[in-house]
Ligand binder design. Structure first.
Ligand SMILES: CC[C@H](C(=O)O)C(=O)SCCNC(=O)CCNC(=O)[C@H](O)C(C)(C)COP(=O)(O)OP(=O)(O)OC[C@H]1O[C@@H](n2cnc3c(N)ncnc32)[C@H](O)[C@@H]1OP(=O)(O)O
Ligand SMILES: [Co+2]
Length: 134
């Protein structure tokens, strides 16, 4: 089921500022900021040869990352995102295996214009997992 590691997300207070540090320190390629109101975040991507770093900052009053940032004021690794060939089949298998799919279980369109779902961190060794349709 698991495909490529699509991205590793780091939650921060200011995504553009955090990405600029990578640009300056590593000469990394940085995307423009992309507000995703339906997800309650602004994203800025740093492109690596084999994956991406996704800096996410809260957007709006009900951002799902607000409490994470209260707990981790300087920021922190927030989730990993794996690509899957068929997100519905993957979801149904994961549920059968006892994993909790967050939200209403219906994929939403993520930052790459592809359907995504999230799996509860408590079911995956304390790490929040996102799956994205390849
Ligand atoms: C889709 C657009 C974009 C993309 O890639 O395309 C994105 O990735 S957007 C990313 C932002 N969206 C999400 O993260 C959606 C899924 N996340 C959630 O629904 C929440 O963040 C949730 C439910 C995982 C946690 O919400 P919250 O922190 O408000 O809940 P609790 O405080 O009750 O936490 C419960 C429990 O989980 C632990 N926790 C929370 N966040 C994380 C995390 N990122 N990694 C690991 N563990 C996490 C938290 O510490 C609590 O543990 P406990 O032992 O009970 O204290
Ligand atoms: Co993500």
């Amino acid at each position: 089921m698991l495909g490529r590691l699509n991205h590793v997300a780091i939650a921060v207070k200011d995504a553009e500022k955090a990405a600029k540090i990578y640009g300056a320190a590593f000469g990394a390629e940085i995307s423009s900021a992309l507000p995703l109101p339906e997800h309650g975040v602004i994203t800025v991507f740093v492109t690596l040869p084999n994956t991406k770093i996704e800096f996410i900052q809260p957007l709006g009053d009900t951002s799902p990352i607000a409490k994470f940032l209260e707990r981790n004021a300087d920021g922190g690794i927030h989730h990993v995102c794996y690509e899957v060939a068929d997100i519905i089949a993957s979801r149904d298998t994961l549920i059968k295996e006892g994993a909790r799919v967050l939200g209403d279980g219906q994929p939403k369109i993520g930052a790459h214009g592809k359907p995504v779902l999230f799996l509860h961190p408590k079911d995956f060794s304390g790490a929040l997992v996102e799956i994205e349709q390849a």
